[in-house]
Design a protein around this ligand. Structure first.
Ligand SMILES: [Zn+2]
Length: 510
């Protein structure tokens, strides 16, 4: 996008903004949130004391306690709207943590050499063993979204990415395809790790344990991740190259290819059922029947993510997502302070920390199933995730741009507080990778708004380094300029959307 175009967009929006920024609104605007306030919350949440905030650990207890007590200290109340479970909404999960594995592969009687670090297995039970033939299934489904190969009694080798077949409008995601293959009788499903993600990040995720919502707990006896070099070794006896295998998968009629390889897999897995929690706070409005605004962000991260041999074992998740929670805390504080001074918002505003985002948006999906207010009363949901990226002055991007009718209002609010706008839809590449998706998929107007995904090269620099590693820590170098501006932007956005005079939702068709 050219600078010229951007400048024009801003000047047009400045006119819109001028028309909505009244002197009264300016007076009621609270003092800006400072970087020091944002830093102070991150320092607590990303401290080693919180052990990386993994669901179902002592780190969860400390995190929930800190969030609820801090919101309560500002004058907010429980937002679960359920007297039986104040503040904390239970999220029933099953966790499987791999403990030990053995992997052997044979072409006939010949043993195939595979780097044992290139396969990460997890079993459904405390111990599982599978000895079966391999079948390469590409994406695992055909253009009708049905299982494409005979996998009964076999080990299916499947690609990570979602298929892009003509006619398959909403392709089943990786977990859904894994489930379909298990239901079709696969004894194990090995997923080829995506090229874009460094193996270190994948290992963090795998060794931290796979989690599922109890209601979605379906899978083959053994599940695993395969590095590409291991796949190459397993394809070789069938004289298939990686390129040829990738090409086969693109054919919507591909019905799987037997690989002339037998694998012997044994796993030990720690299986645990437990309840983790979403934490929900409420800032009551004066017109509770006028709908609600929800601000959410995930509180969880990967916990103790490295073995005892590692120097730094804790994935602290300072940027991902202590920074987002710091925004939710500081925004709540400002709005609560304004309310105490007599400036009450019309609509109820909820602040929610979700659990198990890192394990597949699980807390957010559970909330979307069992919301604290009917979903059609949630007028706007704003997710805040991984905000400590951009410097001060970054333009405002919208994840979900073009998906709702809110873009012009968001731009006008942002412009009214001096922010510029990133007009492209580039950030929509992340639309399914964030908690807001669980709500958007059910028709809620759900967006992410801020500076950290306005410059995707800058974001990518984080995603390919400290992201999901022990290095995501709070340091003197952590950039909080953009995060603080985004916090102030969210104060203004809530003040806009929670005001019945400023925001009237368009009537829906039904
Ligand atoms: Zn993350």
């Amino acid at each position: 996008m050219t600078t010229l175009f951007r400048a024009r967009a801003i000047s047009f929006l400045a006119l819109v903004a001028a028309s909505i920024a009244t002197p009264a609104a300016a007076q009621s605007r609270p003092a800006p949130i400072s970087e020091a306030e944002v830093r102070a919350h991150i320092a607590v949440l990303a401290s080693d004391d919180f052990e990386g905030r993994a669901p179902g650990t002592a780190g969860e207890t400390k995190t929930l306690d800190y969030l609820a007590k801090t919101w309560a200290s500002y004058g907010l109340t429980s937002g679960t709207n359920d007297a039986a479970t104040p503040w904390f909404q239970p999220v029933p999960l099953v966790e499987r943590k791999p403990f030990a594995q053995t992997v052997q592969a044979f072409a006939g009687s010949r043993r195939i050499a595979i780097d044992t670090d290139a396969i990460l297995l997890s079993g459904r039970n405390a111990t599982d063993s599978v000895n079966a033939d391999l079948v390469y299934v590409g994406y695992g489904v055909n253009a009708d979204g049905k299982v494409n190969a005979d996998v009964a009694g076999k080990i299916a080798v499947m690609l990570f990415a979602d298929p892009k077949f003509d006619g398959l409008e909403t392709p089943p995601g990786r977990r859904e395809r894994e489930k379909l293959l298990a239901e079709a009788g696969a004894r194990a499903v090995l997923i080829v790790a995506p090229k874009a993600a460094p193996w270190g990040q994948i290992r963090t995720q795998a060794t931290s344990g796979a989690m599922r919502l109890v209601k979605d707990d379906v899978g083959a006896p053994i599940a695993g991740l395969l590095r590409e070099d291991a796949l190459a070794a397993l394809l070789k006896p069938a004289r298939l190259s990686l390129e040829a295998a990738a090409k086969l998968a693109e054919n919507p009629g591909f019905a799987g290819r037997a690989l002339s390889v037998r694998m012997d897999l044994v796993t030990s897995t720690i299986v645990r059922s437990f309840a983790s929690h979403n934490v929900i706070a409420k800032l009551a409005g004066s017109k509770p029947d006028a709908g609600a605004i929800v601000l959410l962000g995930h509180w969880d991260h990967f916990g103790i993510c490295r073995g005892e041999e590692a120097e730094d074992r804790i994935c602290n998740g300072a940027v991902d997502n202590a920074s987002g929670m710091a925004v939710l805390l500081t925004v709540a504080q400002r709005l609560a302070r304004a309310k105490a001074a007599g400036v009450q918002l019309d609509r109820d505003v909820y602040f929610m920390g979700t659990t198990a985002e890192e394990r597949g948006l699980l807390g957010a999906y559970h909330y979307a199933d069992k919301p604290n207010v009917p979903l059609d009363q949630i007028l706007v949901a704003l997710n805040v995730d991984t905000v400590a990226i951009a410097k001060k002055g970054a333009p405002v991007a919208i994840i979900g741009r073009g998906e709702t009718d809110l873009d012009p209002q968001i731009e006008a609010v942002a412009t009214s507080i001096g922010r510029s706008i990133e007009p492209s839809k580039d950030a929509n590449a992340f639309i399914r990778r964030q908690d807001g998706w669980a709500l958007a998929a059910k028709g809620v107007k759900s967006l992410m708004v801020g500076g950290s995904f306005a410059d995707l090269a800058l974001l990518q620099a984080f995603l390919s380094t400290a992201y999901h590693q022990p290095d995501d820590e709070l340091t003197d170098a952590t950039e909080l300029g953009g995060a603080t501006e985004d916090a102030n932007l969210h104060v203004a956005l809530v003040q806009h959307f929670a005001d019945t005079a400023k925001y009237t939702p368009a009537p829906t068709g039904d």
